[in-house]
Design a binder for this molecule. Structure first.
Ligand SMILES: C[S@@+](CC[C@H](N)C(=O)[O-])C[C@H]1O[C@@H](n2cnc3c(N)ncnc32)[C@H](O)[C@@H]1O
Length: 207
């Protein structure tokens, strides 16, 4: 079924395919952190759907999801990519340059909360993709919601956490995601749905 889905989704282009493969080869232990292959086209679709011009990514790793979103932005669009790893994001920088979208992406190497708090306070973000440390999701959400324009989206990854999220005795990251999902459902500034795509993806729209 998975192969069937990929075969009926927009195919990855050469640079996207390369960064997926390079990540698997260079970081076999960490490669599972990369957003699933079908999420690249989904993120690009969402960027185009809402006509996003200003995107924020929290958790960039080797740059696959940032690449997918940046390619869907207009030429003068911007994507602020937050991560703490110079080593992992160096692969992203190379891929973004190769794809001709390097000038749309501003990489901020710092704890994401610092980067988000330093952003202008008013609503100016069209789409934010949450995919960093799971214990930080609620704090990121709280920084992002006021900065999101009405109709803007927060897309949060791993919200089913391998199914562990449904277990009331969950611990660690699964427990953090449980708390996040409860936080989202109680936030009436936003309208949110969970998609059973990959490891679970929440789409939340600012009212
Ligand atoms: C799941 S990976 C991101 C995958 C990426 N979206 C992709 O598709 O390839 C999580 C990333 O979050 C970063 N990270 C973890 N804690 C962070 C923090 N406090 N601030 C910023 N980035 C953080 C890690 O360095 C890692 O690269």
């Amino acid at each position: 079924m998975y192969d069937y889905i990929l075969a009926h989704n927009p195919p990855l282009d050469a640079v996207q395919r390369d960064i997926v493969e390079i990540t698997r080869q260079q970081f076999p232990e960490a490669a599972g952190m990369q957003s699933a292959e079908e999420q690249g086209p989904l993120l690009a679709f969402l960027v185009r759907l809402i006509g996003a011009r200003h995107v924020v990514e929290v958790g960039t790793f080797t740059g696959f999801s940032a690449l997918s979103m940046a390619q869907a932005l207009p030429a003068d669009g911007t994507l602020i990519a937050c991560d703490v790893s110079e080593e992992w994001t160096a692969y992203g920088r190379e891929a973004w340059a190769k794809a001709g979208v390097g000038d749309r992406i501003q990489l901020r190497i710092a704890p994401a909360l610092e980067t988000l708090r330093a952003m202008p306070a008013g609503p100016h973000i069209d789409l934010a993709y949450l995919d960093a440390d799971k214990g930080g999701y609620i704090a990121y959400w709280e920084e992002l919601v006021p900065r999101l324009r009405p109709g803007g989206l927060i897309v949060a990854d791993n919200v089913l956490y391998h199914g562990e999220v449904a277990d009331p005795s969950a611990t660690g990251n699964a427990l953090a995601i449980r708390a996040f999902n409860d936080h989202v459902v109680e936030d009436h500034r936003m309208e949110a749905v969970i998609l059973t795509v990959a490891d679970g993806v929440t789409l939340a729209r600012k009212r």
